[in-house]
Design a protein around this ligand. Structure first.
Ligand SMILES: Cc1cc2nc3c(=O)[nH]c(=O)nc-3n(C[C@H](O)[C@H](O)[C@H](O)COP(=O)(O)OP(=O)(O)OC[C@H]3O[C@@H](n4cnc5c(N)ncnc54)[C@H](O)[C@@H]3O)c2cc1C
Length: 409
């Protein structure tokens, strides 16, 4: 299984599995890597007969417990690559186990690209879609909005074809459902024709960045920034169609300038030397700077000596996926980081209430302390999602104790 953080199989599962950061360790009773969609379906049927739990996993980059199980863990690593595609309509059906890095190269050869990426492209299609992974841009929704169809192995072990046009509500629920409605085997994605982006990074002071923030976020295709607590400086990251970029030389210093296809210039970190833990909340775009101001003040007052990590501020376009962080509202996300080997919970738990006070919704794949009662009030479609989940998986084949607590079922 390339690029997953463990190499165990069912035959040599004699050590704990762990996630990317190393902070989560667990030992499934079996790790399965089926060769085909039919084999995934057969696994689920057997699990159903035996009354067992089955969890899909991608590259194990999530640092919340959403795939942890002591029962059956199934990797889609062998269901990968570019399937049927239509470069004229910019649509492709791809294996849900495909890693975005590899998949992007296949799409490039076919003249297409994903419209956006996160900071890395080591996620799988199934994992990135299932958690609402996002990049940044006022007009860029999260990656799961690319899902317009595909194939799902249901809790009964049947293979169900999916299409947004035929069942829009199922797709709205499925896009961000972290494997609780079924196992996605093939994903049909709405893509873009291959194009280049010009990436420029500029360094400037915090105050000048805040003064220009609204304009900066509107005049760049993709825009986000890092705030560095120790220097109180900011690095803005701007990506545009070549020729449409702006010159910020009057108030900022150019730190990076490169052009290439989206997969080459949006994800910036392929092999991060330091493993970190992360807490991220999304709040409305309007509340973003006020929330940031309070976080900055608290970090300067209490944490600057202990936490050297930068804070990341990004934009996510509103969408209609029921459990998406950006459901129904243009959002900004604020991410906090700390070394995975250092204590991080005190830092996160001190700052989490500030983001919650601003109506924050936590990233499903990252650290947070919320459970069903608090989450329900943040998601207008929560009850509909739970009703659909109950209908699709009445015996909780895809649920673990953590997911039962998270969802309240
Ligand atoms: C270094 C790093 C950088 C990151 N950068 C960003 C970023 O820029 N933006 C952002 O939003 N997030 C980011 N993340 C979070 C990351 O995108 C998510 O954790 C994502 O889910 C990881 O994909 P994965 O393939 O590792 O999925 P996993 O972590 O393995 O799984 C995630 C969830 O998806 C489910 N799942 C996996 N495959 C399937 C399938 N085939 N069918 C159904 N369910 C499935 C799993 O059960 C689990 O619930 C980052 C994480 C790391 C470690």
């Amino acid at each position: 299984m390339p690029n997953t953080p463990w190499s165990a199989t069912s035959d040599n599962l004699d050590q704990d599995c762990h996630n990317w950061s190393g902070g989560l360790r667990f030992r499934p009773s079996r790790l399965e890597v089926p060769e085909s969609e039919e084999a995934v379906a057969a696994l689920v049927r057997t699990a159903a007969r035996q009354g067992r739990c089955i969890r899909p996993v991608g590259s194990a980059h999530s640092s919340s417990e959403i795939y942890l199980t002591d029962d059956i863990l199934v990797s889609l690593a062998k269901i990968r690559g570019l399937g049927d595609h239509d470069a004229q309509r910019h649509r492709a059906t791809v294996g849900a186990g495909s890693q975005l890095t590899e998949l992007s190269k296949e799409l490039q050869a076919a003249g297409m690209t994903l419209s956006n990426f996160g900071d890395v492209a080591t996620q799988t299609v199934g994992g990135a879609i299932g958690t609402g992974t996002h990049g940044s841009g006022r007009n860029s929704p999260n990656l799961s909005m690319m899902l317009v169809g595909g194939r799902l192995v249901t809790a009964e072990g049947e293979i169900r074809a999916l299409g947004f046009d035929e069942e829009p509500d199922l797709l709205r629920a499925l896009r961000v459902s972290f494997g609780t409605l079924g196992i996605l085997t093939w994903a049909t994605l709405e893509l873009e024709p291959l194009h280049d982006l010009h990436r420029q990074e500029w360094c400037l002071g915090f105050e000048p960045c805040m003064e220009a923030l609204d304009r900066l976020s509107r005049e760049n295709r993709n825009f986000d920034f890092y705030w560095y607590p120790r220097s109180d400086e900011v690095k803005i990251r701007c990506l545009n169609t070549p020729g449409e970029e702006k010159d910020y030389g009057a108030f900022a210093r150019l730190a990076k300038d490169e052009t290439g296809p989206p997969h080459a210039v949006i994800p910036q970190h392929s092999d991060l030397p330091h493993r970190f833990e992360e807490m991220e909340y999304s709040i409305t775009a309007e509340a973003g700077t006020e929330c940031l101001g309070k976080l900055r003040a608290r970090i300067k007052e209490r944490w600057r000596r202990w936490v050297g990590w930068r804070l990341l501020y990004r934009y996510i376009k509103a969408d209609d996926s029921w459990l998406s962080e950006a459901y129904g509202r243009d959002s900004v996300s604020i991410s906090l980081h700390q070394n995975a080997t250092l204590p991080y919970w005190d830092f996160f738990l001190d700052l989490e209430p500030i983001m919650r006070d601003h109506g924050g919704r936590p990233h499903w794949a990252k650290k947070h302390s919320l459970r069903a009662a608090e989450l329900k009030s943040l998601y207008p479609m929560w009850d509909r999602f739970l009703a659909l989940r109950q209908e699709m998986d009445p015996h909780g084949r895809f649920l673990t104790p953590y997911l039962r607590r998270l969802l309240g079922c």
